[in-house]
Ligand binder design. Sequence first.
Ligand code: HEM
Length: 396
Amino acid sequence: MCAMAFPVPRTCPFDLPAGYAALRTERPVSRVRLPDGQLAWLVTRYEDVRRLATDPRISADRGHPNSPYTELVTAQGRAAIAAVGRSLIGLDPPEHGPRRRMLMPEFTVRRVNGLRPHIQRVVDESIAALLAGPRPAELVTALALPVTSTVICELLGVPYADRDFFLDRAAVQVRRDVPPERRRQAGGELRAYLDRLVTGKERDGGDDLLSRLAARRNAEFDHDQLVGLAMLLLIAGFESTASMIVLGVVVLLEHGGAAAVPKDPAALGLAVEELLRYLSIVDTMPRVATADIEVGGVTIPAGDGVLLSFASANHDADTFDDPAGLRLGRGSRQHVAFGYGAHQCLGQNLARAELEIVFRSLFTRVPGLRLAVPLADLPFKRDASVYGLDRLPVTW
Ligand code: HEM
């Protein structure tokens, strides 16, 4: 069987890569060749993705030599990703469960509700600055990044005095119009900063996530693990939510703008679920088979890399009616935009709160919002592992 080159870029802004629909019906588990030349298995059907996401013979270990990378990464980059992975997202049983349970109280609906006033405040401030500034404005830097990075600051307990440094480096790290060397430098500075921050929390304590975790350190969960976890929360929680904010705004604008955003909180929640499913910004997540596994008519041999396509699963016509269509009223949590199984997104309640507050506030305060350039001219991140936009020029 010949291996298809992967990833396949999206060509229409909101459609998944062409070919996923055919794969689901013809070769639901198919061989793909990654940018570094490695081969892996791409799993595209909803039922198969969910089955494998909960299969004990599947490992999430990002340090495994066959863990599939959908972007070209240096050996140094692989080692850094594997190290961050060992803090949680790349752990398997028996280590993963206890580590996740340590973190779960930090992400309950109650905790997230406690963060809502902070989120609302930063959204209101960003919108006020937007309205007071020139037109057109750019929504990635004016709204999406300030909101998501401030939420991470609240969560990790970054002191106010350090916020400008932190927000600046965090923003640089995800901007692709900044040279790679400067982005790497910003990433290194952030890691060094988080190391110092964790050291301070270990010494002085405080009322935030890192301080509470620092107080529970033990032989398996040491200083480096805690720094890795802080890095993971930064990476996992920051760019994906910012991408959902800007892409969500564009989709809503394309579907009627302010009129499309439900006033009723429950209906708004459903609309956010449908946007998450429809956009499916995190396409694949890497796994490795630890035993021979039969799925979708093939046997994945032990040791092979596996990519679970949550995006393809979310567009499987066997599970969702008219999957390519956006129906804001149908939203349900049946989608797998936050993954499925043991590693399902820990920050999902937080992401939902951010999205609801941003969409409601933005379209209420700026009902005349519109794109400042044609849709086709927007710089979509077609080749990035998290789909998004580099810039979103808007006016009103
Ligand atoms: C719209 C925004 C977001 C999307 C689409 C998203 C998506 C995902 C997905 C698909 C996974 C599963 C990974 C896997 O199966 O290997 C995941 C895991 C995770 N996410 Fe999110 N995420 C978002 C926001 C956040 C936020 C705001 C945070 C925290 C501040 C966060 C923290 C995490 C963590 C810690 C994990 C790993 C959980 C584990 O391994 O047990 N995410 N996310």
